[in-house]
Design a binder for this molecule. Structure first.
Ligand code: AMP
Length: 221
């Protein structure tokens, strides 16, 4: 796909295992905007071993959410960086209705082009999460069905490919429940603002990307 320099501001919703991370990377590349994943940012802080990272790890391993006011600080700082001046794609933020309202307050009512919601049935996501593997260095996503070419070394950076600490069955169940309770109201709210496109996230990865692009083009094209 050719990178496209059109400035777009996109949000990607989807519960754990919906393919949100994979599709977010592809869309950011396609539109030439930074892929801003709050989960990746938190995992980087955990790796750095800062006090903030230690607190975030406890919350993440329990499958719970980092407090809204903390996340607002994280995302405000990130969106203030130069590379975010002409567009961005947010993956994993907002995660609550409060975060959604905070984001609109931060970027303005016209500051978001579209939120896409990847819809995938629960039995499919549980299966996808339990087989998911990620690069501990760059965050590239693999699965037991589609491993790196040399197990388990990342094809992109040579890092070690592992199962995430929060992809255990217990944490996954907790995260799905939290998504239904906390994130679905945010998704519905973006729908009420006329900013939401719901896209079928099942089937071939390329087909899902094309469906997402079609939804985005019909909005920002
Ligand atoms: P993800 O990689 O998006 O699945 O995020 C992994 C974990 O990071 C989540 O289960 C939360 O504990 C935490 N997290 C990521 N984004 C947010 C957010 N916007 N608000 C609160 N917690 C978050």
């Amino acid at each position: 796909m050719e990178p496209n320099q059109r400035p777009v501001r996109l949000l990607v919703f989807g519960r754990q295992g919906a393919g949100k991370g994979t599709q977010a990377v592809r869309l950011a590349e396609r539109y030439g905007v930074p892929h801003i994943s709050t989960g990746d940012m938190l995992r980087a802080a955990v790796k750095e071993g800062t006090e903030f990272g230690r607190r975030a790890k406890e919350i993440m391993d329990a499958g719970q959410l980092v407090p809204d006011e903390v996340m607002l600080g994280v995302i405000s700082e990130r969106l203030a960086q130069d590379d975010a001046a002409s567009g961005w794609l947010l993956d994993g933020f907002p995660r609550t209705l409060q975060q959604g309202k905070d984001l609109v307050a931060l970027v303005g009512e016209d500051g978001i082009d579209l939120a896409v919601d990847l819809e995938v049935p629960e039995e499919v996501v549980v299966e996808r999460i339990s087989s998911r593997r990620v690069c501990s260095e760059c965050g590239a996503i693999y699965s037991t069905a589609a491993p790196p070419s040399s197990p388990w070394t990342c094809d992109k950076c040579g890092g070690q490919v592992v199962q995430r600490d929060d992809d255990t069955e217990e944490a996954v169940r907790e995260r799905l429940a939290i998504y239904a309770e906390q994130t679905l109201p945010a998704v519905a709210w973006f729908g009420d603002q006329g900013l939401l496109a719901t896209v079928d996230g099942t089937g071939d990865v390329d087909d899902v990307t094309e469906r997402l692009v079609a939804a985005i083009e019909s909005r920002v094209g």
